[in-house]
Ligand binder design. Structure first.
Ligand code: PLP
Length: 381
């Protein structure tokens, strides 16, 4: 049976250069914080990797803080910027309504445990944040806002957000952006965007799992989550994971992702879906989107059933939304875009990666009508 993987937004295979870099580094000895020659050799390799990543994301090497994941970088940024703001009397945290749970949940934790008032920026039906809402909010409450966090592109729909405009509206207020899904997929420059902080994760770009980075303006000091050896500007203590970091840098340099071809593949896939299932709704289709993510609502179906039927037909895709105790919640992203709980639970996300081909799409399109028919039959009993 075919096995087609279209869940690259969840994680994508490591590129060869990253694997090689990781394996080589695994056999090297030396804690980068040690002062002897082994330690200094590891430090040199690691600082070269830091420079590579900095160059690719348009920041200074000193602005790269390595973390163990995108989730950790988001937590450090949101909590740290909130605590820094609270110290000077600001307690409002502004996030978009469509953030990944790695921002949503820390924001709600800050509200429950740390006295934050969390305000969510709504999105339009196209899945783009409402800039008028933000403008009004900032004009009325700018002195109370500790941090604004708006993702660079959404992981469920691929819709790109107007982060540069957010920075303009924010003025002096620190802005963080979660760029986990957009790094290496579309143009991204920390300095051009003008944000205060930005999150990256290696495993979405062909690097290893369990390594990420927070890009944080050089001049800024924020309280940390982890205390210990004082590594990474004392913001993220812990011995640096040199093998994963060099692999992250190698993936960052790799040019395996064929943007134009993936856009073409995506658009042909969307036409194919509309052709075989005319009542399918492609979410966020009118907005500026990432090349590789397609989110489709299939009316009168149930996402979990579709996922299993797809898997059985040889296709690994995703419902896109969070899973709690094995049951998929209705996607907060689709709900924010105006879906009902029922239609938000009738959707699948197909995400293409560097190795995706036209024949993968053709195969999915060949099994889709039967999967949807069976999903509808199961949903009607
Ligand atoms: N932010 C976004 C937008 C994501 O899509 C993900 C992962 O799916 C994360 C953050 C979390 O990154 P990590 O898996 O490195 O913790």
């Amino acid at each position: 049976m075919s096995s087609i993987y279209v869940d690259h937004a969840a994680t994508t295979p490591m590129v060869e250069a990253a694997m090689k870099a990781m394996v080589n580094q695994l056999s090297e000895l030396g804690n980068p914080s040690s002062l002897h020659s082994h330690g200094r050799a590891t430090r040199k390799t690691l600082e070269d990797a830091r420079e590579t990543i900095a160059k690719e994301v348009g920041c200074l090497p000193t602005e790269v803080i390595f973390t163990a994941s995108g989730t950790e970088a988001n937590n450090i940024a949101l909590k740290g910027l909130y605590w820094a703001g609270r110290a000077v009397g600001k307690n409002v945290v502004v996030i978009s309504a469509i953030e990944h749970h790695a921002i949503l949940d820390p924001a709600h934790w800050l509200s429950t445990h740390e006295g934050a008032e969390v305000i969510e920026i709504p999105v339009t039906q196209k899945g783009v944040i409402d800039l008028d809402f933000l403008t009004k909010l900032v004009s009325e409450r700018s002195t109370e806002i500790a941090v604004i966090s708006v993702m660079h592109a959404n992981n469920e729909t691929g819709v790109v957000q107007p982060v540069a405009e957010v920075v303009n509206i924010a003025g002096e207020i620190p802005v963080h952006t979660d760029a986990v899904q957009s790094f290496k997929k579309i143009e991204l420059s920390f300095s051009d965007l003008g944000v205060t902080a930005l999150t990256l994760s290696a495993h979405k770009i062909g690097g290893p799992l369990g390594i990420g980075a927070l890009i944080l303006r050089r001049t800024l000091e924020i309280p940390s989550l982890l205390h210990g050896g004082g590594q990474e500007r004392e913001i993220r203590s812990g011995t640096l994971n040199a093998p994963s970091i060099v692999a992250f840098a190698a993936a960052t340099k790799s040019e395996v992702y064929r943007r134009d071809e993936i856009v073409h593949l995506r658009d042909r896939f969307i036409s194919g879906v509309k052709n075989v299932l005319p009542d399918a709704i492609v979410n966020g289709i009118e907005a500026n989107r990432l090349p590789g993510i397609v989110n489709v609502t299939f009316p009168r179906t149930q996402s979990d059933t579709l996922l299993l039927l797809m898997d059985n037909a040889g296709v690994s895709c995703s419902t896109g939304s969070a899973c709690s105790a094995g049951v998929h919640e209705a996607s907060h992203v689709l709900l924010a875009m105006g879906h009902t709980t029922i239609t938000a639970q009738s959707s699948l996300r197909f995400s293409f990666g560097a190795a995706s081909t036209q024949s993968d799409c053709d195969f999915i399109l060949s099994v889709l009508p039967d999967v949807i028919a069976r999903g509808r039959a199961a949903n009607s009993v």
